[in-house]
Ligand binder design. Structure first.
Ligand SMILES: NC(=O)C1=CN([C@@H]2O[C@H](COP(=O)(O)OP(=O)(O)OC[C@H]3O[C@@H](n4cnc5c(N)ncnc54)[C@H](O)[C@@H]3O)[C@@H](O)[C@H]2O)C=CC1
Ligand SMILES: O=C(O)C(=O)Cc1ccc(O)cc1
Length: 302
């Protein structure tokens, strides 16, 4: 008999947890949702917003009777969150997460929850905002959710998790955790690191005052400031958790930056033009495939 998710528990009711709760309410209204957050303030806000059918003070109580539990806490907090809820878990419950890095989270959950069904996942959708008020039901619409089951994961549980994310509007891809971490280091983690760097650098440059940074940031720099406003705790954890892949990607990035630096110093116009022509083609092929919103406006209209 195939599995169906009838009772969902969400641990961590910030941007992603609250977006899942909102999307379930809209698209899977028959699913009973319980929620828990370590912060009493967040639990109060979740209660006031009516995000879940029940907001429970203790993690173990929140997961009792759940078919699916989703951990939506910073990746460095996954092990603690898993241990806290462990006494309430049934043996048949599917435990998943939404963490931005996967291999270290899978290992931490495996240790904290021996003998349980753990299927890590990552909805590649979000904004620079955090907290329960920042979430919205359409966040996962048309976005990828990457599921990273290990060999022991029961096929019917992977199918149930896939169906769940598809019901929330996501497209699901399955890959192994190490591959996920390499891909996301390039497409998400390094871009965030670059944004954090450039915004810090710009504000420290003596010739450019902070007011000028704000005044003249209508162009590309403005996009960097949006990314650099992302949650400090969440991103601290991502870089520590995906250390190896991020460092490997950063090495390549530094080498390429040196190539461009050299081309500028030597006045190598062809090198610069060739490079920029290639990157423009990449952007245009992404748009042509319909994989991106040409003018992302996350967080401003919600
Ligand atoms: N922000 C984004 O755009 C995206 C984030 N993610 C991942 O989703 C996860 C959650 O991120 P956000 O929702 O953005 O963060 P958030 O900061 O909005 O929410 C996290 C919540 O977890 C709670 N929490 C922390 N430790 C806990 C524990 N041990 N037990 C229970 N609750 C705990 C916090 O009180 C907070 O309310 C992270 O692992 C992040 O890497 C994934 C995709 C996108
Ligand atoms: O706001 C943005 O541009 C993002 O890139 C959001 C985001 C942040 C972390 C993820 O793991 C996935 C998506």
């Amino acid at each position: 008999m195939s599995r169906r998710v009838e009772r969902l528990a969400i641990i961590g009711l910030g941007l992603i947890g609250s977006s899942i709760a909102r999307a379930v309410k809209e698209r899977l209204p028959d699913v009973m949702v319980t929620g828990h957050d370590a912060s009493a303030d967040v639990r109060d806000i979740a209660q006031t917003l009516g995000l879940c059918d029940a907001v429970i003070d203790d993690a173990a109580g929140a997961v009792a009777d759940a078919d699916l539990v989703i951990l939506a806490v910073p990746v460095g907090g996954m092990a603690a969150a898993a241990s806290a809820m462990a006494p309430g878990l049934g043996k048949d419950t599917i435990i998943s997460d939404v963490g931005s890095s996967k291999a270290s989270v899978a290992e931490a959950l495996g240790h904290a929850l021996p003998g349980h069904i753990v299927i890590p996942a990552h909805p590649v959708a979000g904004t620079e905002n955090s907290g329960p008020a920042a979430g919205f039901a359409s966040l996962f619409d048309g976005r990828w959710c990457i599921v990273t089951p290990d060999a022991a994961a029961p096929a019917d549980a992977v199918a149930a998790l896939t169906e769940f994310w598809e019901a929330l509007g996501a497209k699901v891809d399955v890959m192994d955790a190490a591959h996920h971490d390499m891909v996301l280091a390039v497409t998400s983690h390094l871009p965030h690191l670059i944004a954090y760097t450039i915004v810090g650098t710009a504000s420290e440059l003596e010739e450019v005052t902070e007011s000028e940074v704000i005044k003249y940031s209508a162009g590309g720099f403005r996009d960097f400031t949006r990314i650099a406003a992302s949650d400090p705790v969440m991103w601290r954890d991502v870089f520590l958790a995906n250390k190896d892949a991020v460092l490997a990607t950063l090495q390549r990035f530094n080498e390429d930056l040196t190539v461009l630096q050299q081309a500028i110093r030597r006045g190598d116009a062809d090198k610069l033009e060739d490079w920029f022509t290639r990157t423009r083609a990449i952007r245009r092929s992404i748009i042509a495939e319909g994989q991106d919103d040409p003018a992302p406006d996350f967080g401003r209209k919600h």
